[in-house]
Design a protein around this ligand. Structure first.
Ligand code: IMP
Ligand code: MG
Length: 179
């Protein structure tokens, strides 16, 4: 299915250079925050965070373990389903570990809020969140995001791992899709 008929459907919102610079800054802040941690566990939420997490962890100057979790989300629609289901769980036991959740976008907040609560029941030593993008105007539920890459307006974005109907993940920048 082709939903993005041409490049004309996409307007660049955040360039590759801007993403790289911000990712470097975030990695410095994170490295500093966890400098006394023996081995940080970075938990990426698939699939949207896979590009960001790859760039982020390579700039984190600490021993890190990386694991992934898949939770149900939008499917092919532009509306959130609100109820999150674990499709693929972590391989790593996180009890007593310092855990950093890495998310692509926090929109209504439902996904992050539910993932946070699920992981918290496993009693990690600490649980924090880094999100590349944040849409504050869309929030329906309060969530704490410890590190945010960029606050963005209420627009549907793709690129840098983020998709619309499974397309656009390979774009190097973040762009807005015109509906
Ligand atoms: P929330 O549960 O409403 O906060 O939605 C979070 C998830 O919805 C994100 O992790 C994304 O996977 C997806 N999402 C939210 N906004 C966008 C968007 O603009 N483009 C693509 N996916 C989005
Ligand atoms: Mg996501």
């Amino acid at each position: 299915m082709t939903v993005l008929s041409s490049q004309n459907d996409i307007r660049i919102l955040i360039t590759e250079t801007e993403i790289a610079a911000r990712t470097t800054q975030l990695a410095r802040l994170i490295s500093d925050e966890y400098k006394d941690t023996k081995q940080l566990v970075v938990v990426g939420l698939l699939r949207g965070s896979f590009v960001f997490i790859a760039d982020l962890v390579r700039r984190i100057d600490l021993p890190v373990e990386v694991d992934f979790m898949t939770v149900s989300s939008y499917g092919n629609a532009m509306e959130s389903s609100r109820q999150v289901r674990i499709i693929q769980d972590l391989m790593t036991p996180i009890e007593g570990r310092d855990v950093l959740i890495v998310e692509d976008i926090v929109d209504t907040g439902h996904t992050l809020s539910q993932v946070y609560d699920i992981l918290q029941t496993r009693e990690p030593a600490s649980l924090r969140v880094c999100a590349l993008l944040n849409k504050p105007s869309r929030r329906e539920i309060d969530v704490v995001i410890d590190w945010v890459g960029f606050d963005i307006p209420d627009e549907f974005v793709i690129g840098y791992g983020i998709d619309y109907a499974q397309q656009g993940r390979n774009l190097p920048h973040i762009g807005v899709v015109s509906k």
